[in-house]
Design a protein around this ligand. Structure first.
Ligand SMILES: [Zn+2]
Length: 65
């Protein structure tokens, strides 16, 4: 957990995902706290989105002509 404490490789979160306020402050545990709704949260990178899976689901309903 101590190896990922650098914030140099990511942008700061600008808006609270719950109340959309900008009163975000970084937590020492690596997450963020919103002082408007008093929620604490963290942002996790899950990986790159697969373009093929997005196009496949979008065109799935256009098979019947
Ligand atoms: Zn909030």
């Amino acid at each position: 957990m101590s190896a990922e404490t650098s914030h140099a490789t990511r942008q700061a979160v600008l808006y609270c995902p719950y109340c959309a306020e900008e009163t975000l402050f970084p937590l020492q545990t690596g997450g963020w706290e919103c002082r408007s709704c008093m929620r604490a949260f963290s942002v996790t990178f899950l990986g790159l989105a697969s373009r093929g899976s997005i196009e496949g689901s979008a065109t799935a309903g256009q098979e019947s002509t």
